[in-house]
Design a binder for this molecule. Structure first.
Ligand SMILES: NC(=O)C1=CN([C@@H]2O[C@H](COP(=O)(O)OP(=O)(O)OC[C@H]3O[C@@H](n4cnc5c(N)ncnc54)[C@H](O)[C@@H]3O)[C@@H](O)[C@H]2O)C=CC1
Ligand SMILES: O=C(O)C(=O)COP(=O)(O)O
Length: 528
């Protein structure tokens, strides 16, 4: 029975979906060592931010096919290691957007009205109305760093509350910002100008310690900072200093460089203006249900052999694309598999040419499918859509893609592969008919019209009387049944190709005899 490990708290709705197709083990108290020990039992792993999926865990995972992150950030997953091993990583890019945005807004309001401090004081029997005079957000400048899904929602609500919103996001166009009534700014200007700053960008090598002592020193002394995005973007020691020495007025954090927050964190020595929550941004009943359903459905689908809609490590291969391109992907994989068996030697270069209608489709999935086919003879089921590009790169295969919308050979266009290997170059072309049937339409520039079949024999030979008869008799002697035969030639008695669809594989002694026939230059048995 297929087994799924759930190693962080996941909403029951997700567990129910997974249980339709697998045995679901919920083990939310595993140490990293224990996870490494048990992971080889599982085909799928479902996590939130608590589980560290390191390269060691991935290497220990013999059967793992998919890691599902019930949330957005995948910085607790070694995605390159997963990709290398062909493990798909999926997330839920939008399931907790509103929850995280509302938590950031809640922290902005809590900061400006001293709500946690006033709450403790009142519970302690005090009545400190004067001490907790706050500020209004109305007419203040809010600086949003990272104007993606969460940042945009914060900006929208802030606008509605009468704030002026400025933003820093190098990947957002001026038009998009204008539509959102947001003024784009440089990061330096944003930190100088804003009364409130909220971070909504991922943690990457570029954003690590982005908010350091220098940037904090440029903020207004009345300004307040919120981080509901990722720990490590703010230098926590520098923030503690800035608060203790009143360089800024306040900060509210939901995320930390190390989680759970360490007892000796400099943040815990700050005695004024700091609000801390334990990574609660996504923790609403609604968001947890959304992300659990979203990710559990993807895990279920992948375990059933269907595509996932939010794959992190095969960008551009959404479920919709996979569905609409199914026969085209199948053709690409088949031609890749054929090319590897015809080419023989080490392939150094692969050109994937998309012609006619094929050029109107996104090329990346078709190239990836070709590579999967090309490498599957060598790597078997270790190769998949996740690691095909990486494996090709690792083998020094130089991939070139060409789109050519003009002059399709077939009304539906064609996919053409050219390989350059140690022992020369080969080319193949194929097409998809309207009913989804696949056809090989060209081999080494010789036109043919062949439906791919499980066992085939390709020859390059001289077009002369008797040669086909000799091959036919040899196959008969070895009890190999011929299902169909096609010959392609450009000139009479010149070079030709032959494609035999056969019911049985070609034994090696038969291949040797075929190659001894006078006029046969090459013979390649192929198994699809
Ligand atoms: N506290 C919590 O529980 C939660 C935290 N998050 C975190 O919030 C962050 C934002 O999430 P989403 O809005 O869903 O992601 P998103 O991908 O929609 O938006 C991120 C934005 O950051 C921008 N960005 C990237 N590098 C940048 C840089 N160097 N400077 C400025 N902007 C940059 C991108 O262009 C993008 O527009 C993520 O780190 C995510 O992990 C998300 C959900 C819950
Ligand atoms: O979705 C995200 O990026 C989050 O940070 C949410 O984390 P969580 O699922 O609550 O551990």
């Amino acid at each position: 029975m297929t087994k799924v490990l759930v190693s962080d708290p996941i909403d029951q709705a997700g567990i129910e979906i997974l249980s339709q197709v697998a045995q679901v083990d919920q083990r939310i108290d595993l140490s990293n060592e224990q996870l490494k020990e048990v992971i080889s039992e599982y085909e799928a792993l479902m996590i939130r931010s608590g589980t560290q999926v390191t390269s060691e865990v991935i290497e220990a995972s013999d059967r793992l096919r998919i890691i599902g992150r019930a949330g957005v950030g995948v910085d607790n997953v070694d995605v390159p290691a997963a990709t290398k091993r062909g493990v798909l990583v999926v997330n839920s890019p939008g399931g907790n957007t509103i929850a995280a945005a509302e938590h950031a807004l809640a922290l902005l309001l809590a900061l400006s009205r001293n709500i946690p401090q006033a709450h403790s004081s009142t519970f302690g029997g005090l009545w400190e109305r004067k001490k907790y005079v706050g500020n209004e957000l109305y007419k203040k400048i809010l600086g949003v760093v990272g104007l993606g899904k969460i940042g945009s929602h914060v900006a929208k609500v802030a606008n509605a509350m009468g704030m002026e919103v400025i933003a820093f996001d190098p990947f957002v166009s001026a038009d998009r910002a204008q539509q959102m009534q947001v003024r784009l700014s440089s990061i330096d200007n944003l930190f100088e100008e804003a009364d409130y700053i909220t971070l909504h960008l991922p943690r990457t090598p570029e954003t690590e310690n982005l908010v350091n002592a220098q940037l904090l020193s440029t903020m207004k002394s009345t300004a307040r900072l919120v981080n509901c995005a990722r720990g490590g973007i703010i230098d926590e020691a520098a923030l503690a200093d800035a608060l203790n020495s009143e360089v800024i007025a306040g900060a509210a954090l939901d995320v930390y460089a190390e989680e759970p927050l360490k007892k000796d964190s400099p943040l815990l020595s700050v005695n004024k203006g700091l609000i801390l929550t334990p990574h609660l941004g996504a923790s609403t009943a609604e968001a947890q249900e959304n992300v659990a359903i979203d990710v559990a459905e993807q895990i279920r689908d992948v375990l059933l052999g269907l595509p996932a809609r939010s794959a992190v490590n095969i960008p551009g291969l959404s479920a919709e694309i996979m569905d609409s391109l199914k026969p085209h992907l199948q053709l690409a994989e088949t031609l890749g598999l054929l090319a590897s068996q015809i080419s023989g030697g080490h392939i150094q270069k692969l050109e994937v040419r998309l012609q006619g209608e094929f050029a109107q489709h996104p090329s990346q999935p078709l190239v990836v499918a070709t590579l999967k086919g090309l490498l599957s003879t060598a790597l078997g089921d270790r190769i998949n859509y996740v690691n095909a590009s990486l494996e090709a790169k690792g083998r020094g295969i130089n991939v070139l893609e060409v789109k050519d919308e003009s002059c399709p050979d077939f009304s539906g266009g064609s996919l053409q592969l050219t390989t350059v290997a140690d022992d020369g170059s080969h080319s193949l072309a194929g097409t998809v008919f309207a009913d989804g049937d696949l056809r090989i339409t060209c081999i080494d520039e010789f036109p043919v019209n062949v439906a791919p079949s499980r066992h085939m024999l390709f020859t390059r030979h001289r077009d002369m009387p008797g040669i086909i008869g000799k091959i036919g008799s040899l196959l008969g002697v070895h009890n190999v049944n011929i299902a169909s035969m096609q010959v392609g030639r450009r000139i009479v008695r010149g070079e030709a190709v032959m494609v035999l669809s056969i019911d049985d594989p070609i034994p090696s002694e038969l291949l040797k005899s075929i190659l001894q026939i006078q006029g046969i230059n090459e013979a390649h048995p192929v198994t699809l």
